[in-house]
Design a protein around this ligand. Structure first.
Ligand code: AMP
Length: 285
């Protein structure tokens, strides 16, 4: 596996691969690599000729400076895991390297994140999705991938990256199912911060999503009642719930969904102690 600490060197590496006629798969990450990331890498390795991964804790998408400072980082461990999963090239960079000549994160011109950024995460974390869209566009321009792989766990983010890709005309966006540990908790870089007690509380999140999926399978279609089922599971779990909603994933809107749904995506954000967790599950499949 090639390891590059300069985004321009990564762009040159990708250009050479493209000239050889190879299809490029790309997995953008913020590092602290876990099974969720590795599944995206394995899928890319299966689908394309060469797979590259970026590791960059993007300051533009953090609305909370403490969260940014405490974000877990372990580059050597990350590179070893990526190599074992079959990654061909991993690269890192600094904000200055990604946006030359702009020293201050606040001065980087933000991309439009599109309609998928409205509501839920977009409401809880102002500016977050514009920061995501800005770095994702830059990464896509550097790598020029054929396919880029994202996790369903960050469902609203998949709407934002589809918007960026539609603007550029590439790459194909492939959304992969949320990978969970044996207890059902979605893998997340932030899980390492959970105490044993907080982890137990956090398990209410997949329980709530599963309860809504079971209700869907029994024939419940009302958005409000499906969301209510999730709240019932989450209430009294010890988590501080930011939102728990069921929406039509193909008709995104800023407001809370009401009425009968034809498709259903469960979305939850909650805090276990100081750690903010999000999760998402398709309920109608
Ligand atoms: P992050 O490093 O958290 O920015 O995540 C990088 C990519 O990995 C994003 O597309 C995430 O949605 C995806 N990802 C993170 N956790 C999981 C998971 N548990 N299952 C599937 N994909 C995930």
């Amino acid at each position: 596996m090639e390891t590059l600490a300069d985004p321009r060197a990564a762009a040159r590496w990708c250009a050479r691969e493209r000239e050889q006629g190879r299809r490029i798969g790309f997995v953008p990450t913020m590092g602290a690599i876990h099974e969720g990331h590795l599944e995206l890498v394995r899928r890319s390795v299966r689908d394309t000729d060469v797979t590259c991964v970026s590791i960059f804790v993007n300051p533009l998408q953090f609305d909370n400076p403490e969260d940014l400072a405490r974000y877990p980082r372990d580059l050597d461990a990350d590179l070893a895991l990526l190599e074992r999963a079959g990654c061909h090239m991993a690269f890192t960079g600094t904000l200055e390297q990604f946006f030359p000549g702009i020293g201050d994160p606040g001065a980087v011109p933000r991309e439009d994140a599109g309609p998928g950024a409205a509501g839920l995460e977009g409401r809880q974390r102002p500016g977050h999705f514009a920061g995501v869209a800005t770095i994702v566009r830059r990464l896509f321009e550097l790598v020029r991938p054929d396919c880029a792989y994202f996790g369903e766990k960050d469902f609203q983010q998949t709407l934002v990256v589809r918007h960026v890709a539609a603007g550029l005309g590439y790459p194909e966006i492939v959304v992969c199912p949320t990978v969970r540990d044996s207890a059902g908790l979605a893998w997340s870089s932030r899980n390492v911060r959970l105490s044993a007690a907080e982890r137990r509380c956090a398990l209410a999140i997949p329980r709530a999503l599963t309860a809504a999926r079971e209700a869907w399978r029994r024939g419940e279609r009302d958005a409000g009642r499906l969301s209510g089922i999730m709240h019932e599971v989450l209430d009294g779990s010890g988590l501080e719930v930011e939102y728990a909603e069921v929406r039509d994933p193909e008709h995104w809107q800023a407001e809370v969904s009401t009425g009968r749904l034809r498709r259903a995506q469960g979305l939850v954000a909650a805090r276990a102690g100081e750690t903010r967790l999000i999760d998402s599950m398709r309920l109608d499949r």
